[in-house]
Design a protein around this ligand. Structure first.
Ligand code: ADP
Ligand code: MG
Ligand code: MG
Length: 252
């Protein structure tokens, strides 16, 4: 699914990613934890093609393609989904029109005909039910005036509609309440198949308790310095990051 090799990236001339190695196989869920400012959001931004960042070394293969050579919109159309830490509001664009455009762009990329109105509405209904999104929200402008919880649910709804191969959820700095965490966890779990994968960036051991990732990585100072099973999240919850930082500082 995804292979990241020795990835280095800079922003404004400052090196943030200092050699990331990460392999995500089909059907796996990987969690990335780590202290603030480690480069977690930078990694998701680089993977999705945010032009503010410059890749200076390394490679990324996604579904057999050289991801770094692809335009951001083609990355999305080929099945990469990034949830937004700070969802944007798009006044004047209804959720329905927004989703129709996104779905049809993806279908066009795959060489498929656009969905007809009937099938599209059926898909909207089906996915809305799956993520328990209030039907009233789908008639409103994208995220405009949505509460934090509604935005989160809407984001999971968009993910369900697009059926991405690889979802990256960057939840790091957003204060998720228990209900929003449940929405995210249920969404990830319901959509997860043996052919899809997810990278969940989070500070919350509690979220990982609901999602049950295959691997937990710690990103610190631009590198993945520790990888283990879900028990690592519990260790971090109990002991913090200092012991991991000390191990890493001694090594690099
Ligand atoms: P995390 O998501 O792990 O908290 P980020 O990827 O957001 O970390 O940030 C990694 C580092 O990049 C931080 O030290 C941050 O200050 C730095 N950084 C982010 N944006 C810029 C920028 N525009 N100019 C310089 N440094 C930046
Ligand atoms: Mg941060
Ligand atoms: Mg972040």
């Amino acid at each position: 699914m995804l292979e990241v090799k020795n990835l280095h990236a800079t922003i404004a001339g400052k090196e943030i990613l200092k050699g990331i190695d990460l392999t995500v196989n089909d059907g796996e869920i990987h969690a990335i934890m780590g202290p603030n400012g480690s480069g977690k959001s930078t990694l998701s931004a680089v993977l999705t093609g945010n032009p503010l960042y410059t890749v200076t070394e390394g490679e990324v293969i996604f579904s057999g393609n050289d991801l770094l050579e692809m335009k951001p919109e083609d990355r999305a159309r080929s099945g990469l989904f990034l949830s937004f830490q700070y969802p944007v509001e798009i006044p004047g664009v209804s959720m329905t029109n927004f989703m129709r455009a996104a779905i049809n762009a993806k279908r066009e990329y795959e060489g498929m005909e656009p969905l007809n109105a009937g099938d599209f509405m059926k898909l909207m209904r089906e996915k809305r039910k799956l993520v328990e999104l209030d039907s009233k929200l789908s008639h409103r402008s994208v995220n405009e005036g949505f509460s934090g919880g509604e935005k989160k649910r809407n984001e999971i709804f968009q993910m369900a509609m697009l059926e991405p191969k690889l979802s990256i959820l960057d939840e790091t700095d957003s204060g998720l309440d228990v209900d929003a965490m449940r929405v995210v966890a249920d969404g990830v779990n319901k959509m997860h198949t043996s052919e899809t994968s997810a990278i969940v960036i989070t500070h919350y051991e509690r979220l990982l308790d609901m999602i049950k990732p295959n691997f937990v990585h710690v990103l610190y100072n631009g590198r993945i310095v520790k990888t283990a099973g879900p028990e690592l999240a519990k260790d971090i919850e109990a002991r913090g990051y200092d012991w991991i930082k000390e191990e890493a500082d001694a090594k690099f």
